[in-house]
Design a binder for this molecule. Structure first.
Ligand SMILES: Nc1ncnc2c1ncn2[C@@H]1O[C@H](COP(=O)(O)OP(=O)(O)OP(=O)(O)O)[C@@H](O)[C@H]1O
Length: 338
C-alpha cells in the first residue's frame, strides 16, 4: 500500500476538520482529493505530509507507520498552489536544491537536473530565473524540484489553482502523462470535479471532514454513494419524487427527492405512455451540447442536455411543446444539501 490513513481525527478549536477519516491509496496511484472549500482536503494532505499532527489515528507510508515522523523523515515531495521557487536561484539550482542539501555529488546533481528538465519539458531553460518563466512553467519546475529527491509519495495542493483556465487544462494532461512515466504515488487536492475526473485514477470525495466515497471517476459519476456525491460531481436536477416526471413514468422511489442528470432526460416531440408533457422555456447553446430549460405543466422546472444531432432533429425553440421521459434517476435515503 502506498498510503494508508486510519481513523484520523483533527480539530481546530471547535471545528472538526477531519472526522474519522480512513483511506487506502495504492502504490503508484494518482488520486484526487475532491470536495468543496472547507471539506478537509488540505488538512488531510498536510497530515499525510506531516505538516499537521492528527489528534488521533495513524498514517502509514509505504507500509511503515509515519504518524510520529517529522516532515523531513517522511520522504515526500510537496507542491503548493503558489509557486515556492527560490527567486534568486536559477531553474537548475532550484531543481538541485534538495539534492545539494543531501550532499549528493555535483556531477550527479547536474545529471539528474538535466533528466528532470527533460521530463518536465523545460530543457534549455535551466539557466533562467523563476521571474523569466510563465506560471505554468514555474509549476513544472516546482514539480521537478519535488521529484528530484525521489520521494516515495508526491503531494500536490491545488497545484494549478492559480493558473488561467487554458494553462490549467494543458497542465492536467501533462500531469497525467508525467505520472504515467514516473509512477510515484501521487495525491492531489482539487475542488474542480472536471480536473479530478480528467487526471485521477481514483477520486476521494470529501464533505465536512468525512469521506463520502472513494472510486474511479466512472464509479463516482455513475454510482454515486450519496446525494452529496451525485450533486457535487456533474450537473443534476433535484426534484420532488411526487413530480409527474417520475409518477407518470414509473420512477417513484418512495424517497422525497429524486436526482436526475440533465443528459438522462429524453425529449420527444410526440407523447406516448411513458412521457409527460412540458414546454421549452429557453435553449442555450453550450458548443457540442445544447441545454434546454423545460417546465412541466404543473410548473416544475428542470434542465435537459441534448446532443447537437438530436437538437437538429427536434428543432427545439422557446415555448415549444415537448414530451419528457427520464432514462434513469436516482434517490438516496438521506439528502444532505451542499
Ligand atoms: N491551522 C488552522 N487553524 C484553524 N482552522 C484551520 C486551520 N487549517 C484549516 N482550518 C479550517 O479547517 C477547515 C478545513 O480546511 P481545509 O483547508 O482542510 O479545507 P479544504 O477542503 O482544503 O478547503 P479549501 O479548498 O478552501 O482549501 C476550514 O474551515 C479551515 O478554516
Amino acid at each position: 500500500m502506498g498510503i494508508s490513513v486510519q481513523a484520523v481525527f483533527k480539530q481546530f478549536g471547535d471545528f472538526q476538520a477531519l472526522n474519522n477519516v480512513s483511506v487506502d491509496i495504492k502504490s503508484g496511484g494518482l488520486v484526487a482529493l475532491l470536495g468543496p472549500s472547507g471539506s478537509g482536503k488540505s488538512t488531510l494532505l498536510r497530515s499525510i505530509a506531516g505538516l499537521e499532527t492528527p489528534d488521533s489515528g495513524r498514517i502509514f507510508l509505504t507500509g511503515e507507520d509515519a504518524t510520529d515522523r517529522s516532515v523531513q523523515d517522511r520522504n515526500i515531495g510537496f507542491v503548493f498552489q503558489h509557486y515556492a521557487l527560490f527567486k534568486h536561484m536559477t531553474v537548475r539550482d532550484n531543481i538541485g536544491f534538495g539534492m545539494r542539501i543531501r550532499k549528493r555529488p555535483e556531477a550527479k546533481i547536474r545529471q539528474r537536473a538535466d533528466e528532470l528538465l527533460d521530463l518536465v519539458q523545460l530543457s534549455g531553460l535551466g539557466e533562467r530565473y523563476p521571474s523569466q518563466l510563465s506560471g505554468g512553467q514555474r509549476q513544472r519546475v516546482a514539480l521537478a524540484r519535488a521529484l528530484a529527491v525521489e520521494p516515495k509519495v508526491l503531494l500536490l495542493d491545488e497545484p494549478f489553482g492559480a493558473l488561467d483556465a487554458k494553462v490549467r487544462k494543458d497542465l492536467r494532461a501533462w500531469l497525467r502523462r508525467l505520472h504515467d512515466e514516473v509512477h510515484v504515488t501521487t495525491v492531489f487536492v482539487t475542488h474542480d470535479q472536471e480536473e479530478a475526473m480528467e487526471v485521477a485514477d481514483e477520486i476521494v470525495v470529501m464533505n465536512k471532514g468525512k469521506i463520502e466515497q472513494v472510486g474511479t471517476p466512472a464509479e463516482v459519476y455513475d454510482q454515486p454513494a450519496s446525494a452529496f456525491v451525485m450533486s457535487f460531481i456533474g450537473p443534476v436536477n433535484v426534484l420532488p419524487s411526487s413530480s409527474r416526471i417520475f409518477q407518470d413514468t414509473g420512477f417513484d422511489s418512495g424517497h422525497p427527492e429524486m436526482f436526475l442528470r440533465p443528459h438522462d432526460i429524453v425529449v420527444e416531440l410526440e407523447p406516448n405512455s411513458t412521457t409527460v408533457p412540458a414546454r421549452v422555456k429557453r435553449v442555450i447553446h453550450l458548443g457540442w451540447e445544447i441545454q434546454a430549460e423545460l417546465a412541466l405543466d404543473d410548473g416544475q422546472e428542470m434542465v435537459a442536455h441534448i446532443t447537437r444531432e438530436r437538437f437538429d432533429e427536434l428543432k427545439l425553440e422557446a415555448k415549444q411543446r415537448v414530451h419528457l421521459r427520464p432514462k434513469t434517476a436516482k434517490s438516496f435515503p438521506l439528502y444532505y444539501s451542499i
